[in-house]
Every structure is written in C-alpha cells, then in structure tokens.
Design a binder for this molecule. Structure first.
Ligand code: SF4
Ligand code: SF4
Length: 188
C-alpha cells in the first residue's frame, strides 16, 4: 500500500519538475508572435521585393551590369523624332529610350541591393513586401514594363524605319558628294 502511494507521489513530482520550465515561460515576456495574424514592423531599409518606377527608368542598363546573378532582363528602343507618342520622364525631361522589356526573376534575386545602388535615376528600390512565396516559379517572374507587346513592336518598327531612312540619306549624301556619280534611286 505504501509503495502504491509512493509511486503516485513520484509520478506527480516528476510532472511538477517537467512543468517547471513551462510555468516559467508562461509568465515570462513573449519574444515570439503569432504570424501571420501578427507581424513585426520591418525597418525602412529592409531589402525585400524590388519595385521599378517606369516613369524614372531611362533604360541605361546600369542595374543589369551590377546584378551578380543576371536576374534582370532589359530591352530598350531609341525614341525616334517622328514617333507620334512622345513621353516625359518624371523629372520633366523628354524620354530618349523606350523600355520595351524590364523583367526580374525573383527566384534568382539574392537581394544584394547592387542594382538599387547602381541606378542613377532612383528608379528601382526595395519594398517591405516579403510575402510573395509561391509554388509556381512563374509567379516570381515580374514584368515592370508599361508598354504592351504591340506597342513595343511598334516602337521597334519605327526605329528600324528611322535607321533605314538615315542610311538611305547618308548614302544619298555620299553619292552626291562624288563627282559625276549616278543619282541615287528615288525612295519608294
Ligand atoms: S538585388 Fe541584387 S540580385 Fe536582386 S536584382 Fe538587384 S542586383 Fe540583382
Ligand atoms: S539603372 Fe535605373 S534607370 Fe538604368 S535601367 Fe536600371 S532601373 Fe532603369
């Protein structure tokens, strides 16, 4: 009978010893939060998902050159004088290059911030958005260009025509400068 009560006491005492740390932490100050219902405030200089401001981007390619993992894809086309759609940068100066493609693969990005530091126009910056994980890698591929594919093709066509016209004019001038040279063919 004595052994029976002794075993009950040992079991009870073991539970009390085991619960000692639990009780200690119940009354201690909390250091964890119930994410995602609660969130720690992030510092303003946190390096999370990047954002491009197209109205500032000049298409200079410095961010592409600075990126150590080649996760930025950039394509530009020069703005030609006879483009009916002219645009100003955010600072009011006329746009010189159309950014026909500006894409970032955040599955590759290591958030080093080198592209942000390299940008002379302050067109790219880190945001505090870190909740964009996905089971589909294609969701991590962001497209920042504002031109539609059709508009981009139109800009490329205008530039090709401009270059061809420029070449023809150059050729015509060279021909005209030659004495007794045959007249260049008229433009169709
Ligand atoms: S943060 Fe670093 S890795 Fe990411 S795009 Fe910029 S330069 Fe590339
Ligand atoms: S460095 Fe800045 S301005 Fe130049 S292409 Fe990159 S984002 Fe645009």
């Amino acid at each position: 009978m004595l052994t029976y009560f002794k075993n009950i006491w040992i079991g009870f005492y073991s539970a009390l010893v085991g619960m000692k740390i639990t009780w200690k932490h119940i009354f201690a100050k909390k250091v964890t939060i119930q994410y995602p219902d609660e969130r720690f405030p992030l510092p303003s200089n946190a390096r999370n998902r990047l954002q491009l401001m197209p109205a500032r981007c000049t298409g200079c390619t410095l961010c592409v050159a600075a990126c150590p993992v080649n996760c930025i894809t950039l394509e530009t086309v020069r703005v030609v004088p006879d483009d009916p759609h002219q645009e100003l940068y955010e600072n009011g100066t006329p746009r010189k290059m159309w950014v026909t493609r500006y894409e970032m693969d955040f599955a590759k990005c290591c958030f080093c911030g080198l592209c942000v530091a390299a940008c002379p126009s302050d067109a790219i910056h880190h945001t505090t958005d870190f909740e964009y994980s996905s089971l589909d890698r294609s969701h991590l591929y962001y497209k920042f260009q504002t031109l539609t594919p059709e508009q981009a093709e139109e800009k490329k066509r205008l530039f090709a025509e401009f270059k061809a016209r420029e070449a023809r004019e150059k050729e015509a001038k060279a021909q005209a400068a030659k004495p007794d040279a045959p007249r260049p063919e008229a433009e169709v």
